[in-house]
Design a protein around this ligand. Sequence first.
Ligand SMILES: *Cc1c(COP(=O)(O)O)cnc(C)c1O
Length: 381
Amino acid sequence: MTITIPFNRPCLLSNEQAYILQAIANGHASGDGSFTKKCHAFLEQTFGVPKALLTTNCTHALEMAALLLDLRAGDEVIFPSFTFVSTVNAFVLRGVRPIFADVRSDTLNLDERQLERLITPRTRALVPVHYAGVGCEMEAILALAAHHNLAVVEDNAHGLFGKYRGRYLGTFGALATQSFHETKNFTCGEGGALLINDPQYAERAEIIREKGTNRSRFFRGQVDKYTWVDVGSSYLPSDLLAAFLYAQFEVHERIQGIRRRIWETYAAHLSNWAAENGVQLPHVPEHCEQAYHMFYLLMPSLEARQAFIAHLKAHGILAVFHYLPLHLSEMGLKFGGKPGDCPVTERISDQLVRLPFFNDLDEALQGRVIEAVLTFKVDRT
Ligand SMILES: *Cc1c(COP(=O)(O)O)cnc(C)c1O
């Protein structure tokens, strides 16, 4: 059976093509052109962030965060085991020893109750991931960080426009990172951003992003020549990508409205089926406004999950699972990970499946997905 409903697909929603042509006509296709500046202003004004910088992807924004925190070999940073590789790898590149914490069984977010016992004199930072765009328990996490003098970096790849207790995700940590990868709510194919909430990092962030030079200050006329002043790399995306992304930012209300409709339609149509089949639906606590990034199901077992994916595939629908427990990955084992360290992560990693979710998933297509889901019965023998 060929796949007729993909898990994700890129689509044009607004002025993406026109703005790319405009970026070329502007004569500035490299980084930090006029569309990049528009994206920075959008992120800073919309979310009330002192400084935002577009990056080539979220992985690179995380690498910048690790550089800005001056993390060194032997430093420890605490991560959820249930996350994308980049959350951790960006820090391991600096010689950091990753410490894996388990996630909560309700939101699948970093379990704030597990953190205290993992903190040692070497701990330097906590990296919560707002899974599925639902906020981590930031009150507890920030209190713990303040008590132990730890930096907080939010991996907010899923969470743009989500809120925790009325405040936007990505505005809690000293630093936060966004992804504009093809699979995220807002995209330019590959892209990201670093949100700098603690202004002490702002100037050095510009330098690290521009090959370790003070080029940004030069362009602002603050120095009369630019030179090599620090370590760095090239983390700025082409203005062509910023043009594509800005077109999507301009219609952010429509995009978030579409995604809300998709999420709520799945939730409304699948709740009885889920209850009858022992399937857990996503949980959004009262004090969180979610970002409508994904719709996942927790099937009762690995066997049920695999049978469900095969069932949808037979209907031409691609559903996917993700996040093998990082503490049990080849790299995780080298850092001392052991089975049983993170029991919730180990269980849900076998059970989780994500349904198709993209910005032009219309009601007819989604109706076909829902119909196919409803004809699946979990075998409970
Ligand atoms: C997508 C994702 C990333 C990586 O984003 P890129 O832009 O592809 O580098 C990092 N963390 C999480 C939680 C993600 O979902």
